[in-house]
Write a protein that binds this ligand. Structure first.
Ligand SMILES: [Zn+2]
Length: 357
């Protein structure tokens, strides 16, 4: 799988390496040598905790004609960037993968299928792709990832399990804890047969950095389960749906429960607004209505209330060019039919394309 990923996405991987090494230098004040030195330490962690992931990274490096340490740096860019944001203190510390995610139980949907949806807001120059993975010993997976990153972060598997993610930054995030990285956990969660196994992947042990995960599963008609896990380095917190639906953006609901301080500056306005707005849309259109379908989910992700810091997020000219986050990919999933609809770029400017596992 790594070899195919590396070969088919070679140009995009080279492009992403250029983008991230430039950003490591400009925004997190890490030289190329420092990045590769930290990547080497994480490569050891991944080889030990998830050998198949390490093997897949090796394949990506070989086929894309890059080095294993460069590919490792891409795969742990979350740990390298996020903890640095909370450390350098010189610049705004809130550059998270901004995202708006929601999920609803089958009882809220017209066809009684579980629907999950998310806009992934990040820097628009990063190249993404969808992976369809056929596994021999674990469920097949359909997911979105950044070219060169083995572990997809938004997706579903053949057991009807789905994953959405939100970046969050806390005061305790620190790359040097050298714990199993975020993208490896996403990959293992998406390879899980059951919701409890996927939950364990996220909550077991400690983490280097904080993140939020929305997990859902529907295996049989009308029955489904969804939950949200906020994770900080030393603790996690599980949130349950209310009125059959749940949503999350880029802040902790109760950081003191997790023993951390919330790190929010420039991101504050955006994440709080998007959270209130998605909850309002769920209240108005989904909770108690049994009206949800994929079209309605798509229209919620095209919402412009509060533009440009809206659910469909556009570049905010108030910030320097390198700090403008926009919706890079938009995804709606039907877990029961294992179908995913996506737009690369703003969903307000194009039709969703269906991908089937
Ligand atoms: Zn838009």
């Amino acid at each position: 799988m790594g070899l195919q990923h590396g070969e088919q996405a070679r140009d995009k991987i080279q492009h992403n390496l250029n983008v991230y090494f430039r950003r490591f230098k400009n925004e997190t004040l890490l030289s190329r040598e420092q990045v590769l030195e930290r990547a080497a330490r994480y490569l050891e962690v991944i080889q030990k905790t998830s050998p198949r992931y390490a093997q897949s990274m090796k394949g990506v490096a070989e086929a894309s004609k890059t080095t294993q340490l460069e590919i490792t740096a891409l795969n742990v860019r979350y740990e390298l960037m996020y903890s640095q944001f909370s450390k350098i203190g010189l610049k705004p510390v809130t550059k998270t993968d901004g995202c708006t995610a929601f999920a609803a139980l089958p009882t809220a949907a017209k066809n009684k299928h579980m629907i999950m949806g998310q806009n992934w807001d990040w820097i628009p120059e990063v190249k993404g792709l969808f992976l369809k993975m056929r596994n021999q010993q674990s469920p097949d997976v359909l997911c979105f990832t950044e070219a060169g990153v083995v572990g997809g972060k938004i997706g579903l598997n053949s057991e009807g399990l789905g994953l959405l993610i939100n970046g969050i930054v806390s005061s305790k995030d620190d790359w040097s804890r050298l714990k199993k990285p975020f993208h490896v956990r996403c990959w293992e969660a998406l390879s899980s047969r059951t919701l409890s196994r996927a939950t364990g992947v996220i909550t077991d042990g400690e983490r280097s950095c904080s993140a939020n995960f929305v997990l859902g599963q529907q295996r049989s008609e009308e029955k489904g389960k969804v939950l949200d896990i906020e994770s900080a380095p030393g603790a996690t917190c599980q949130l349950e749906p209310s009125g059959g639906a749940i949503a999350h953006t880029n802040h902790f609901s109760n950081p003191s429960l997790l023993g951390v301080d919330q790190v929010l500056d420039d991101e504050r306005i955006s994440t709080l607004h998007r959270y209130e707005r998605i909850q309002r849309l769920l209240d108005k259109k989904v909770r108690g209505s049994q009206n949800l379908d994929t079209r309605l989910a798509q229209s919620m992700l095209r919402d412009h209330d509060g533009n440009p810091e809206s659910i469909c997020r556009h570049a905010n000219p108030r910030f320097p060019e390198d700090e403008r986050y926009e919706t890079v990919v938009s995804v709606v999933m039907d877990l029961y039919t294992r179908t995913l609809w996506a737009t690369m770029g703003h969903p307000c400017e194009q039709e969703y394309q269906a991908l089937k596992l």
